[in-house]
Design a protein around this ligand. Structure first.
Ligand SMILES: Nc1nc2c(ncn2[C@@H]2O[C@H](COP(=O)(O)OP(=O)(O)OP(=O)(O)O)[C@@H](O)[C@H]2O)c(=O)[nH]1
Ligand SMILES: [Mg+2]
Length: 340
């Protein structure tokens, strides 16, 4: 029984429509991985393990767990059933995509905030928290594992958090298949680095993430890949902001009020006077990449806070007391005090 070195699925030569298909016995990547790596074409909706089966494997594992969390999705990840599955386990937390934060982000402030959030998870035995920065993360992490005598680590986390990418970086080789599309890794896959075994796992779906709701084509534009450049707007009159058809944010004029968008640069921000917002939405509906029923939420705001939209990014709201958010019912949001 051979496994695809990219996604972990069991290789087979019988049925091209099923996972793990190879034309020849000697091929090490399945056809799905091959097409993804070479042509960027992704065959979604394929699974070897159901979400419950992935959770059960993680729960049953006696390995040390590395829980990867996308720095843009921290609050939403902490709500996933995965966290419950980790109760009682020794967990090392690794924040990924830290390199995409704006260059002037205070890592110290961020880490303090993250640690305070993680403190709420009293049933997890959190051993250490790492930020996967571009600097010395690899050495720090491997040195830590060696010092603790840890020989096996199972990586887990939401889809696209960067589990396979991290293992490739540790290995110094792009052996595992990685992609912007959720659900790239299909089954457990073991990679050895020096004398430590790392187990890659399929990601868990955050059902309320915009990245799950949108098409694969739009996903490429929506996902944050590189360093985010803050986009600042001053508020002079009652205004509405649109992010494609994903959301609308209505704001009332307030002295010195401003907004900062921390989102993918490929996602357009449209600003209009609030009196024209309804007409704008109706007129452009057919052009939006995403069309979902928008539900209205009233937001009570503190002086400096951040509106987090799951899978989209962060909108900092300064000197505003309230706002009306219209958001697809399939997408989660939350508000926190300013961190960025
Ligand atoms: N900028 C940046 N991009 C990252 C980082 N980690 C992963 N990525 C990108 O995020 C996307 C998903 O990475 P993967 O390694 O495939 O994620 P995964 O967790 O293995 O995903 P699944 O196998 O679907 O569960 C890819 O486009 C990676 O290039 C990171 O630390 N920084
Ligand atoms: Mg993967």
């Amino acid at each position: 029984m051979r496994k695809c070195v990219g996604c972990g699925s069991i290789l087979q030569t019988n049925d091209p429509s099923l996972v793990g298909y190879v034309q020849r016995e000697d091929q090490i990547y399945c056809q799905r991985c091959f097409k993804l790596i070479h042509y960027g074409s992704f065959k979604g909706n394929q699974e070897v393990l159901s979400q419950d089966e992935i959770l059960a494997k993680i729960q049953k594992s006696s390995d040390v767990i590395a829980l990867l969390i996308d720095v843009w999705q921290l609050e939403f990840t902490l709500d996933l059933p995965l966290i419950k599955a980790l109760e009682g386990k020794e967990v090392i937390v690794i924040l990924t995509k830290v390199d995409t934060l704006p260059f002037n982000t205070s890592f110290e402030r961020l880490l303090t905030y993250i640690k305070a959030k993680l403190k709420d998870l009293q049933k997890l035995k959190i051993q250490e928290v790492f930020l996967k920065t571009k600097g010395h993360f690899k050495e720090l992490f491997l040195d830590y594992l060696r010092a603790k005598g840890i020989k096996r680590v199972m990586l887990c986390g939401a889809v696209s958090v960067g589990k396979s990418t991290l293992l490739n970086e540790l290995k110094g080789d792009d052996i595992l298949t990685t992609s912007v599309f959720g659900g790239t890794t299909l089954d457990l896959n073991t990679i050895e680095v020096d004398d430590i075994e790392f187990i890659d796992t399929p990601g868990l779906i955050d059902p309320k993430s915009a990245l799950v709701a949108v098409s694969n084509e739009f996903l490429k534009h929506l996902s944050i890949k590189d360093e985010v450049k803050p986009q600042v707007y001053q508020l002079y009159s009652d205004q509405s902001y649109f992010l494609d058809g994903l959301l609308r944010l209505d704001l009332k004029t307030q002295k010195k009020a401003s907004l900062i968008f921390y989102i993918s640069p490929r996602l357009n921000i449209h600003r209009t006077k609030s009196i024209n917002a309804h007409e704008y939405y109706s007129r452009h509906l057919s052009e939006f990449n995403y069309r979902g029923d928008l539900i209205k939420h009233h937001l009570d705001l503190k002086d400096k806070c951040e509106l987090l939209i799951d899978g989209v990014g962060v909108i900092a709201l300064h000197h505003l007391k309230e706002a009306e958010l219209y958001l697809s019912k399939n997408i989660a949001y939350t508000i926190r005090k300013a961190v960025l």
